[in-house]
Every structure is written in structure tokens, then in C-alpha cells.
Design a protein around this ligand. Structure first.
Ligand code: F6P
Length: 357
């Protein structure tokens, strides 16, 4: 039986998307008679009917390639049911493209927003399978998303490189790691890079607590301090504000989390401080060996689900097993770092400061 599979990548890109696409395609061609349609730029392509029939050869040579061969875009879930100035009913348009293409299944690769829309489409009667990607690792129901480990390797290398220049100059270096809502990447790279202070959105901090560490190190024979701060880290005062108020404050001050903290430390401790923002470097380039393996397994699992006629689910890693969860159970559920996470406890027990004491 021939099966027509649509694939799209949505939201921020990450290393491992192409490896996962290749995993789906190769396993599908291997296991059954498959035709694959690449939807361009995420849900935007599904809404606009922008796609191409893929050839088998297009899935060759992409295992190690960063980004996504299909293109991506951010199409916010909150707008999906809204009819804008263009007068397009986006949900109806996506269903129409699916039907026009005579798809048997749609595979959506993405993070939280992507999964919310995947669940919506599943509830609208389409056969949907999700694959969990994001460098933020904040998708509920999976131990790890693909992209996270590569970003962690990159962020760790950034911290390593900053370490040597920090030590030479006896400076305080504040390194801003991606992650607005979840601090997984900052926590892991902070520990891996030997940071003295790790600040994550889940644990509001006080500048005083960080300043104490910086001062003590400046006065010791170490002389320098490495701080890993998440994009979305906030002080205890900021944590009391509403999200919009907090964002407006940062925008008015023209401060990112690292620039804000570096400035505070210069003023309060009198040290020389620098803010470093590796930014999208953390999302670029070739996936690590770990992510190539994980993405491949996730992609193959999706093809196995198609073969078995199981839809309305998303693939996940639990322990060492590749499994799947119902989309309706995981869509929209956040996965922040639990404040009692073992890695936090262990990090505290080697003296790493989280700014809360
Ligand atoms: O993909 C998630 C993420 O990397 C966040 O950590 C970061 O805040 C955001 O994307 C940046 O998004 P954009 O690519 O739209 O600037």
C-alpha cells in the first residue's frame, strides 16, 4: 500500500532536523512504498500550499547538515484560529492542503508551539506525528529533545574559551546562554564549563548573592569569575512582575540578562566585567554524534508509527527507550527545570552559586 507522507519543520531551527528528516524518509522507503512531500517553511507552507514532491536522493548526504532543508518559520499557535487582515482561515487552509495532497500522514518536527498546532490538527482529524526538537529541551514527556546536546556542546565550548581569557585578565565574565523560559542549556553547559555561578529562569536570583561570590573570588588568588546566565534569568524583584512588565523594563533599559548583570557587578563590586552573548551560534552547524543518533532513532520511530497506523502521537526518549506520547497529553505542557533537580543539588554541593542564597 502506498503512503503519502508530508513533513514540515517549524519554529526555531536546531542541529539534527535534517538527520531526523532523513531518518523518517530512509525508514519509510525501506519499510513500505512511500511518497514524501516536503512542506516549505513550517505551517506557513501548509497554510499557503507551498510544498515540493521530494526525490529519494534529496534525503542523501544530509545527516551531518545543520539547519533544515525544508526551511522553517514561526507561526504562533495563539494566532492559528484567528482570521487576520488576509482573511485566511489558517486551520481550514492547512486541512485543505493536507486533503489536496492526499496525505496519509503529516510529520511535524518542532518544539512547544509546533506540538500545540500538531495537536490541533490531530483533533481536526488529520493523521499527525510529532518529533521533539529544541535546543531548550523544554518539551514535556521526553527526557531530551534533539538539538539540545549539540547546543550544550557549543555553549560549553564558549564557556571553555571564555574561561582562559577570564583567567588571564582576572575579569568577571557573564555568558548569556539561550533559554527564555527554561534553564536546561544554562544548567548543563554551566556545569560542563565549570561556571562559578549559574542563573536560570526557574530560580530567581539576587544581585547581592552573585556579588558575594564575585567579590570573594576577586579577592582570592583566583581573581576571575565565570557566570552562566540564561536569557530568561530574572532577579527576585523581576520575578514578582508580570511577564509584559518585566519585558518592558528590560527593553526600556536596553539590557539583556547578561548586560544587566555585568553592569550591576561593575557598580556593586567594582570588578571589571564583560557580557558575552553567543546567541544563534548555539543553534547553528552540524549536529553532534549524540544528536545524529537521537534524531535518526526519532525519525525511524516516526516511520514505524506510520507503518503501524499509529497517529496523534509524538516521539520521545524515556531512559534509553524510544517511545511515543499522545499529543493531547503533552501539547502545551511546559518542562521547566525542577528546582530540586539532582544536577542542581549536585552543582550546589560543589559550591556553584545559583543566586538564591
Ligand atoms: O529555539 C529556542 C530558542 O533558541 C530560545 O532559546 C531563544 O530564546 C529563541 O529560540 C530565539 O528565537 P529567534 O530565533 O526567533 O531569535
Amino acid at each position: 500500500m502506498k503512503r503519502r507522507i508530508g513533513i514540515l519543520t517549524s519554529g526555531g531551527d536546531c542541529p539534527g532536523l535534517n538527520a531526523a528528516i532523513r531518518g523518517v524518509a530512509r525508514a519509510a522507503y525501506e519499510m513500505f512504498d512511500a511518497e514524501i512531500i516536503g512542506i516549505h517553511d513550517g505551517y506557513r507552507g501548509l497554510i499557503d500550499g507551498d510544498y515540493s514532491e521530494m526525490k529519494r536522493s534529496q534525503f542523501s548526504g544530509i545527516l551531518t547538515l545543520g539547519g533544515t532543508i525544508l526551511g522553517t518559520s514561526r507561526t504562533p499557535f495563539r494566532d492559528m484560529r484567528k482570521i487576520g487582515d488576509d482573511n485566511i482561515d489558517k486551520v481550514a487552509a492547512m486541512k485543505k492542503t493536507y486533503r489536496d495532497l492526499k496525505l496519509d500522514c503529516l510529520v511535524t518536527l518542532g518544539g512547544n508551539g509546533t506540538h500545540k498546532t500538531a495537536n490541533l490538527l490531530s483533533q481536526e482529524g488529520l493523521n499527525v506525528i510529532g518529533l521533539p526538537k529544541t535546543i531548550d529541551n523544554d518539551l514535556y514527556g521526553t527526557d531530551f529533545t534533539f538539538g539540545f546536546h549539540t547546543a550544550n556542546d557549543i555553549a560549553t565550548e564558549v564557556i571553555d574559551r571564555i574561561h582562559t581569557t577570564a583567567a588571564s585578565h582576572g575579569r568577571c565574565m557573564v555568558i548569556e546562554i539561550m533559554g527564555n523560559k527554561a534553564g536546561w542549556l544554562t544548567l548543563y553547559s554551566g556545569v560542563a564549563g565549570g561556571a562559578d555561578v549559574i542563573l536560570i529562569p526557574e530560580i530567581p536570583y539576587t544581585v547581592e548573592s552573585v556579588a558575594k561570590v564575585v567579590k570573594a573570588r576577586a579577592e582570592s588568588n583566583k581573581g576571575f569569575t565565570i557566570i552562566a546566565v540564561a536569557e530568561g534569568a530574572m532577579t527576585t524583584e523581576e520575578a514578582k512582575m508580570k511577564k509584559k512588565e518585566r519585558e518592558a523594563k528590560r527593553a526600556a533599559e536596553h539590557f539583556s540578562s547578561s548586560a544587566f548583570l555585568a553592569r550591576q557587578l561593575v557598580e556593586q563590586v567594582g570588578v571589571e566585567a564583560r557580557a558575552v552573548v553567543p546567541g544563534h551560534i548555539q543553534r547553528g552547524g552540524s549536529p553532534s554524534a549524540y544528536d545524529r543518533v537521537l534524531s535518526t532513532q526519532f525519525g525511524v520511530h516516526a516511520a514505524e508509527l506510520i507503518r503501524d497506523g499509529i497517529f496523534g502521537v509524538t516521539v520521545a526518549l524515556k531512559g534509553n527507550a524510544i517511545v511515543h506520547n499522545e499529543l493531547k497529553d503533552i501539547a502545551g505542557v511546559p518542562k521547566p527545570v525542577p528546582t530540586d533537580h539532582q544536577l542542581i543539588t549536585k552543582a550546589k554541593n560543589i559550591g556553584i552559586c545559583f543566586g538564591d542564597k
